[in-house]
Design a protein. Structure first.
Ligand code: PGA
Length: 253
C-alpha cells in the first residue's frame, strides 16, 4: 500500500503571515511524529516562502499555477516561480477556482501540461455537482471520466516518456461535499476512487494516487482513510485547526 498523503488546503486563510508561520510550525512538530504519512501544507501564495522556511519534514504545495513561465500575465503565479519556491506539489483545477473564477477544462489542461513538462507534481481536483450525483453512480462515472479526459488530454506521451505518473495525484472532491459539513459516503467514495484509478491506469499503464476531499474532519477521517483504495485526503476547513488536523493525520497512520 502506498504512503497516505494528507494535504492541508488553507485556501485564503489565515489572515496574517504570523499566524500562517505559527500553524505551519505546529503542524511540522505534530507531523514529525508520524512515520507513515506524507503531510503537505498548501498555504496561500503570499505565505509560501515563510511557511517553507519553518518546515522540514512537511511538504509544500501551491494552490494554483499559471501555465507560462514568465511574462506579462498580471496577477498570475507561474510554474517557473513556483519551482524557485521549491514547492513539492501544485493543486490544479480546484472546484472553487472552476466555479468562482471561471477556470475551464482547457485552462486546467494547460496547467497540467506545463507542470508535468517542467517537473512539478500536480494534485488534479475533479468532482461532480449535486445535480449529477442525484442521477446515480453511472452519471457520476460518466462526468468524472469526461472531466479527466479533458484535463489530462495530451499528457499520455509526457507521462510515458518521463515516467511521471508518480507526480500525478488526483483528488476526488464531490463539489456538494466541499465546505458543507456533508462528507460523501466512504463506501461510495472508495468505489469511485477505484473507478478513477482503473480509468487512468487503462490509459497510462500505471495507477495514480487518488485522494478524497470534502468535509473531512477528525471524526470521519478514519472511515475514509481505512479504505485501501483511498490514498489520502485534501482537507480544507479542518486543516486550520491544529488538533483537528493532527487527528486526521493520526487516522491516516
Ligand atoms: P473542506 O474543503 O475540507 O473544507 O470541505 C476541501 C477542499 O476544498 O479541498
Amino acid at each position: 500500500m502506498s504512503q497516505k498523503i494528507i494535504i492541508a488546503n488553507w485556501k485564503a486563510n489565515p489572515d496574517s503571515p504570523g499566524r500562517a508561520v505559527r500553524l505551519a510550525k505546529e503542524i511540522e512538530r505534530g507531523a514529525a511524529k508520524s512515520k507513515k504519512v506524507e503531510v503537505v501544507i498548501a498555504p496561500p501564495a503570499p505565505y509560501i516562502l515563510s511557511v517553507r522556511s519553518v518546515i522540514k519534514k512537511t511538504k509544500l504545495a501551491a494552490q494554483n499555477v499559471f501555465w507560462e513561465g514568465l511574462g506579462a500575465y498580471t496577477g498570475e503565479i507561474s510554474w517557473r516561480q513556483l519551482k524557485h519556491c521549491k514547492v513539492n506539489y501544485v493543486i490544479v483545477g480546484h472546484s472553487e477556482r472552476r466555479r468562482l473564477l471561471g477556470e475551464t477544462d482547457e485552462m486546467i489542461n494547460k496547467k497540467v501540461i506545463a507542470c508535468l513538462k517542467n517537473g512539478l507534481s500536480i494534485v488534479l481536483c475533479i468532482g461532480e455537482p449535486k445535480s449529477v450525483r442525484s442521477k446515480g453512480m453511472l452519471a457520476v462515472k460518466k462526468f468524472l471520466s469526461s472531466q479527466l479526459s479533458k484535463d489530462l488530454q495530451g499528457t499520455k506521451p509526457l507521462v510515458a516518456s518521463h515516467k511521471l505518473l508518480a507526480s500525478l495525484v488526483i483528488a476526488y472532491e464531490p463539489i456538494w461535499a466541499i465546505g458543507t459539513g456533508k462528507a460523501d459516503n466512504p463506501e461510495e467514495t472508495a468505489l469511485l476512487i477505484s473507478f478513477i484509478k482503473t480509468l487512468v491506469a487503462s490509459g497510462y499503464s500505471l495507477t495514480p494516487r487518488v485522494l478524497y476531499g470534502g468535509s473531512i474532519n477528525a471524526k470521519n477521517a478514519k472511515s475514509f482513510l481505512s479504505h485501501k483504495e483511498i490514498d489520502g485526503a485534501l482537507v480544507g476547513g479542518a486543516s486550520l485547526h491544529l488538533q483537528e488536523f493532527l487527528k486526521i493525520v493520526q487516522a491516516a497512520e
